[in-house]
Write a protein that binds this ligand. Structure first.
Ligand SMILES: NC(=O)c1ccc[n+]([C@@H]2O[C@H](COP(=O)([O-])OP(=O)(O)OC[C@H]3O[C@@H](n4cnc5c(N)ncnc54)[C@H](OP(=O)(O)O)[C@@H]3O)[C@@H](O)[C@H]2O)c1
Length: 216
């Protein structure tokens, strides 16, 4: 499943670059997308084989799996630039968070809890299978996680059972023990709402390398 699966990543920030490095290391063919792909020349050189760069539309076309790693406020315009038709029938892993930094740190939420950015993404991409994934962990722990107290499952949600099953296969190929499926995409309201709490927890712990884990 991993060998040569094509992954398109929309986003040139820490998350896009980190996921791109990790997916390439695990044998996927990655294209990183940006409004300004020229600025990704260093990243492309660093990652080497299995890495390419392009526009948001190029990356969306390239991917059998497409990952969203754009800023919360910019995500919907990034999808417009990418062209919604380029996502039809594809698994879309949504790592974004609609964070509101207008009052500084720690952030609040742009969308609130009666909607979510993932649901907005799904409405823009009705033919895609959107799964919320990666948004509740820091980028340095997204691939081959090594948490001192043991690796938790990745919390995900989405409306399509087959897409979530495939997501779990992908996560396992990247070193995650399992996915914890919290239900349909409406659950993204609560996965996104965890992130302002995650930042406050980071401030209390003095590290951004933590994750939430359900314990029994
Ligand atoms: N940082 C983390 O550890 C972490 C962890 C979990 C989830 N997340 C979430 O992952 C996403 C990416 O985070 P990040 O820190 O890597 O980068 P970021 O600075 O939040 O986002 C950078 C990306 O957003 C795009 N962008 C910004 N404004 C845009 C606009 N108006 N229209 C279209 N595209 C726009 C940029 O495009 P260009 O390439 O054209 O500049 C760039 O690709 C965010 O939603 C964040 O909340 C972050």
């Amino acid at each position: 499943m991993t060998a040569k699966t094509k992954v398109g990543i929309l986003g040139s920030g820490d998350v896009g670059k980190q996921l791109g490095r990790g997916f390439a290391r695990h044998g996927y063919e990655v294209m990183l997308g940006s409004r300004d792909p020229k600025k990704l020349a260093e990243w492309k050189k660093e990652v080497g084989a299995g890495a390419s760069t392009g526009s948001f539309a190029d990356a969306a076309r390239h991917g059998e799996i497409v990952i969203l790693a754009t800023s919360g406020a910019g995500t919907e315009s990034a999808l417009d630039l990418a062209g919604p038709a380029n996502f039809a029938g594809k698994l879309v892993l949504d790592a974004t968070n609609p964070l509101d930094f207008s009052r500084g740190m720690p952030p609040g939420l742009l969308v609130g809890t009666t909607d979510s950015l993932s649901e907005r993404v799904q409405r823009k991409l009705p033919q895609a299978h959107v799964v919320k994934c990666f948004n509740t962990v820091g980028n340095v722990r997204m691939i081959d996680p090594k948490f001192k107290e043991g690796n938790p499952p990745m919390m995900i949600c989405g409306n399509d059972a087959a897409a979530k099953k495939r997501t779990e296969e992908v996560l396992k190929s990247l070193g995650w023990p399992a996915a914890l499926d919290i239900g349909n995409l409406e659950g993204a309201r609560w996965l996104e709402a965890l992130v302002p709490l995650w930042v406050r927890t980071a401030q209390a712990l003095g590290t951004f390398e933590h994750a939430f884990a359900p314990v029994r």
